[in-house]
Design a protein around this ligand. Sequence first.
Ligand SMILES: [Zn+2]
Length: 425
Amino acid sequence: MLRAILHTLLLPAISLEAASLPVVAWQEPSSLAAQPDWTALKRYSRSMSRAEFDQAWREFYAPASPELRLPFELDGEALLLPIRPNGQPLAIELKKDNQSPPQRHWRRASELPPLQGRAPLSDLHFTLDPGHLGGPWAQMEERLLQLPGRGEVREGDLTLQVALLLRERLQQLGASVSLLRQSAEPSTTLRPEVLRDEALKLLQQHGIAQPPADDEGLRGEARLLTVRWQSEKLFYRVAEIRERARRVNETLRPDAVLCIHFNAEDWGDPAAPTLSEENHLHVMVNGCYGIEELQQPDVCAEMLHRLLGRVHEEELPLAEAVAAGLAKSSGLPAYVYRRPVAKRVGHSGYVWARNLLANRLYQCPVVYLEPWVMNHAQTFARLQKGHFRGRTLIDGQLQTSILEDYVSGVVNGLLQHYQQHRPRS
Ligand SMILES: [Zn+2]
């Protein structure tokens, strides 16, 4: 068995001792997930070469820091998945000689028909994902920022406003556009009350044998270890995104999803939030899986679907183009991660690979946007003015609308990508 080969993916000069390290053991599936259907990966057999697999793994999907353990084995031109406890592992052949590539619903720019005089985004279907929930849910989601005497922002209301403006603009350019949310309300029918058993199980898996039921009277991180807080997070962060993913994958089937967010720096106590000096932009593609994440079988299978399905080959150039559009319209500097949860990809400096639930589950290229820091003083003041065209006086200076800058940056990025890569005739 040429097990040494797999380790050279990450550390070219690895010692022979390290080559005998065990492949990781599977853990339970991630929250609210079922066991994956591993055999679905067979359809990628003979559609990707070993060299292509190695490069995609290294560049996009592998952990940020060198890691000796892997959730799979590579043996010559075979990817071996240890999914059967007592028999042969499932083998995916890493050769590129299959004449009919695996079926998928989304199209690359290069696969679209030529425009022949039609509007520049004709034939494209974009799904817009307005991040979070809005209105009364913002407080539970910890996406409500209030500054006494200066107003408030709710991220989920802002992202919906951007999505509605963006839909109009993209439709004018010929695209068809669907939205994953058109009001402040959740898509999932699950609520925190029915997720309390799952929350308890999760806390117990992390070694908290008897977590407090409620967070009343608790402050800071102690709140995070309560059944109430975890069940709320399972509702808005996990159940909600799983339901949006079901719609993307089973009903909408777009060419790309744009996840619309605003960023924030830690604002501390919500009753007395701190303003940040920082204001920045970054855009995410899927990747940079932690080895613990890959020990969850559903996560590992989803990563392999994205890698073997070559989603990154369209996702990165699309993200780079949108990042360039937003960098120009916002004038914001690039955000830099200080923790190894993400790694920089591409050449713009703005794009990072990170494994988020949305950009892992949506089965098509996903561009995940994080422009502007909401608790930056000038950004906060500009957001109070909402959407307008041109300039208006804010804090004694003539300034543009952040919502307008958001929309025009994304539109220009999309136009750039599809004009550059779409066949001309
Ligand atoms: Zn967000």
